[in-house]
Design a protein around this ligand. Structure first.
Ligand SMILES: Nc1ncnc2c1ncn2[C@@H]1O[C@H](COP(=O)(O)OP(=O)(O)O)[C@@H](O)[C@H]1O
Ligand SMILES: [Mg+2]
Length: 394
């Protein structure tokens, strides 16, 4: 573009109908390193510009085949980056202004002194190269600004993602800490309660040995049963929080579910609950501690039964999907309100007056121990479905 800066010669087309001028100009400019082409008509000049896209054009204002302003405008529309210098034998300030407005870069009066002429042409060349460099810099600046904006957006979204992940991790830690606290509490409680409980059990057994009256005997049996129940609750609490895991064995999930359901038979019958349990014949077994799995299902069944009135419907569906065994436990209870949906898996959250709020967090923790998940699949005023996913290959 610029002979001084890039070593590539500046190309210039000279359009003048006086052959003498063309020769003189060509000699002068070639000496200064320009690549010069000349022509004596506007038509040929336009064709050359179209063909070669020169850096500059030097044109006579008074050409036989076209007036200067029209030619200038056509040149600029053909090649907007081309610098056009106009020479004229006689001109006025008015014409000069008009030409500059139409896009001319320089206006020279003939006849010209060769050295001044060359300097003026060099001046236009320098100005042109500065303008082009300036434009390139501006384009680069725009490009960089866009790039920075894109980086910014990317950075913001990454920060957002990481913050969410951190928040999630923190709430998981809080849940685990609560479960650990629960284990500690349960162990202390078990110790405090079991001794008096043993005494109640012992004295009741002693009493029942000396009684013939069947009604009193019945009451004493009931006391013993309730004592057993309390003992069971304490045992489950301690186990839920910090039980040692026994070795995993091949477990048939449908079998575990049947055994978990059996515990609730008296309740189911008394409240005329319909239980539907569908499972395919060919189900893969999984490696697990059956009592841990049982805990998931007893918690879900317990909750479902607590939500349903007389004549409710408990549906259990089992199927495989990809590498998971999916178990759906649905009830016809009143559903979970949308604002409670996230809270129900947090330890100690309960909407029941005598609830402990540990059933679901413990069940979820066990599912996750097996790289599975426990979630609410759907819930409405017509009932709720919990989904347990357990990897079949675990
Ligand atoms: N099947 C269900 N239908 C409606 N709400 C449920 C169901 N299961 C659990 N919930 C809600 O989740 C809460 C937490 O359950 P859970 O952790 O088992 O504790 P708890 O049963 O002691 O309240 C319950 O208090 C109840 O509000
Ligand atoms: Mg519960």
């Amino acid at each position: 573009m610029n002979a001084e800066q890039t070593d590539v010669s500046t190309t210039i087309v000279v359009i003048d109908d006086e052959p003498e001028i063309c020769r003189l100009v060509a000699t002068l400019l070639t000496e200064r390193g320009y690549l010069v082409s000349t022509t004596d008509t506007a038509t040929e000049g336009l064709a050359m510009v179209k063909r070669c896209q020169p850096d500059m054009v030097l044109m006579d204002y008074m050409l036989p085949d076209q007036d200067g302003v029209t030619l200038l405008k056509e040149l600029k529309s053909l090649s907007p980056d081309c610098s056009v210098i106009i020479c004229t034998g006689g001109g006025s300030e008015e014409i000069a202004v008009k030409l500059m407005k139409a896009g001319a870069s320089e206006y020279l009066l003939k006849p010209f002194n060769p050295s001044i002429f060359a300097e003026r042409i060099d001046g236009v060349r320098r100005l042109r190269s500065i303008e082009l460099a300036n434009r390139a810099l501006q384009q680069e600046r725009e490009r960089l600004l866009h790039e920075i904006e894109a980086w910014n957006r990317e950075l913001q979204s990454r920060v957002r993602e990481k913050s969410e992940a951190l928040q999630h991790a923190q709430s998981e830690i809080a849940q685990t800490e609560k479960l650990a606290a629960l284990g500690y509490l349960a162990a202390g409680m078990a110790h405090e309660i079991r001794n008096p409980l043993n005494s109640i059990s012992l004295f009741t057994q002693l009493l029942s040995q000396g009684i013939d009256d069947s009604e009193s005997q019945d009451y004493l049996d009931k006391i013993l049963k309730e004592v057993d129940r309390i003992d069971g609750i304490i045992r489950r609490l301690v186990e839920a929080a910090n039980r040692r895991r026994s070795a995993a064995q091949e477990v048939r999930v449908e079998q575990v579910i049947k055994e978990s359901l059996a515990i609730f038979t008296p309740q189911v019958e008394a409240r005329q609950i319909t239980v539907a349990f569908d499972y395919p014949d060919l189900l893969p077994s999984i490696k697990a501690d059956p009592t841990e799995l049982e805990q998931i299902f007893t918690n879900l069944f317990q909750n479902a039964l607590e939500e349903m009135g007389k004549g409710g419907c408990l549906t259990i569906g089992l199927n495989t999907s990809e590498n998971n065994i999916e178990i759906r436990v649905s009830d016809s209870g009143g559903g979970i309100s949308p604002e409670d949906r996230d809270a129900i898996f947090k330890p100690f959250f309960s909407t029941k007056s005598r609830g402990t709020g540990i059933g679901l967090p413990v069940a979820q923790r066990i599912a996750r121990l097996y790289r599975g998940e426990l979630s609410v699949e759907q819930s409405s005023a017509a009932g709720t479905t919990f989904l347990v996913k357990l990897p079949a290959g675990y």
